[in-house]
Ligand binder design. Structure first.
Ligand code: V47
Length: 383
């Protein structure tokens, strides 16, 4: 199938076997904002095709047939972490046998390793190390900028920013000023998990709470850095917790406009303290994308992260509300420690094929969703 044949298809009208979806579909078609009860009704509906139809309508209104991807590399400088989150299989206590912490030279070298194409983004997240000083992280970033000035640095989740500020004995605002000066260009969306206290106390008791995560995001946006937002699903949360999570994100976005992308992350239980929980299923994965697209009317992008849901599910998601499947990644540790069976990385041509075969038009973006044009061994970004 080519994108031309897809574009030429007639737009089907809304049909559902679920009467609860009819008033919601009317709102969606009128472009009206959905409320908490609508969100719960979307989750409770068994008519995933009808929910997907609505999400796709919004997705195509915003992006037509375009689907975004990028060429990026993940760098996880340390797995030593003071927190003991039950959801996590990556973090290790200081002194444990299998800890690692990259020396700065090693991190800079790792960033350049195994690259067959010019990477446009470094995605940097890691453990909350009890001893590494604030300056280590700033030197890490400034060293990368020096060596790879063309690469966008997306570094440190809201949880890391709050932790690093505390370690450096400064306010979050002060930490953000230093981060920007070192070369941080934007921030990833991790650590959000589920904001509801009841859930957060069980899955990640040692992290900042939901209100603090949202406040740190507010400050980050006010400091002029854009960020992403995630939601970890498929553990002990319920429909109401997920809707609450997304509506709290929507509220901050109304205020700051600083979120770029919403990324639902499916929980991988293996090797975690929640290892008894079942893995997420295809229906659950698709539902998060579709409901996310419908509730987050002020987010430009919904990302189906192929590492988490498999490349096959990410591809299908492009017809259920997602407009982005993330990047080449190259080396992923956090979900692979938790049993992910997906490859560590994909090539640029694999991403292009996934998108094209879904009948969408691949668009290589930089982190800020600007078009990337490739030359032989270089790239340029449309600004
Ligand atoms: O915050 C940790 C999650 C996140 C597990 O901003 C787990 O573009 C599943 O946020 N099973 C980090 N998930 C990754 C992240 C991310 C990924 C891709 C793109 C972006 C972006 C952000 O991973 C953590 C946590 O929510 N996580 N352990 C686990 N066992």
């Amino acid at each position: 199938m080519t994108s031309e044949t897809v574009n030429a298809r007639p737009r089907h009208s809304f049909q559902t076997s679920d009467p609860a979806l009819e008033p919601i579909a009317e709102k969606v078609q009128r472009g009206e904002r959905l409320n908490f009860d609508d969100g719960v009704a979307l989750y409770r509906s068994g008519d995933i095709l009808a929910v997907g139809w609505m999400a796709n309508l919004v997705r195509e209104r915003l992006h037509g047939d375009v689907a975004y991807f990028n060429v990026n590399r993940h760098i996880n400088p340390t797995n030593v972490c003071v927190a003991s989150c039950r959801l996590c299989a990556f973090g290790r206590k200081k002194g444990a046998a299998d800890t690692y912490t990259m020396a700065l030279e090693e991190a800079w070298e790792t960033a350049g390793k195994g690259l067959t194409e010019a990477v446009t983004e470094f995605h940097i997240v890691g453990g909350l190390h009890p001893d590494l000083p604030f300056e280590y992280f700033m030197d890490l970033v400034s060293g990368l900028k020096e060596r790879y000035p063309q690469v966008h640095i997306k570094a440190f989740t809201m949880v890391e920013i709050a932790f690093l500020a505390k370690r450096g004995k400064m306010t979050i605002e002060e930490a953000l000023v230093k981060m920007k000066a070192a070369g941080v260009d934007s921030c990833p969306g991790g650590g959000a998990e589920i904001f509801a206290d009841r859930v957060r106390h069980i899955i990640c008791d040692h992290k900042i709470d939901g209100g603090e995560w949202l406040e740190t995001a507010r400050l980050t946006h006010k400091a002029g850095l854009r960020s992403n937002a995630t939601m970890l699903y498929g553990h002990i949360e319920n429909d109401e917790d997920r809707v609450d999570h997304m509506l709290r994100l929507r509220e901050v976005q109304d205020e700051t406009g600083g979120f770029q992308t919403f990324i639902p992350l499916s929980f991988h239980p293996e090797n975690t303290a929640l290892g008894h929980l079942p893995k997420s299923t295809g229906m659950l994965d698709i539902q998060q994308i579709a409901v996310g697209r419908l509730l987050l009317d002020n987010f430009a992008h919904i990302k189906s992260y192929w590492q988490m849901v498999t490349p096959k599910m990410a591809q299908i998601s492009l017809r259920f509300g997602a407009d982005d499947i993330d990047g080449t990644v190259i080396e992923e540790k956090i979900y692979h420690d938790a049993g992910a069976k997906t490859p560590q990385g994909l090539r640029r041509q694999d991403l292009v094929r996934l998108i094209t075969e879904a009948g969408r038009v691949p668009f290589e973006r930089d982190t800020l969703y600007r078009a990337v044009t490739r030359g032989e061994n270089s790239f340029t970004v449309a600004v």
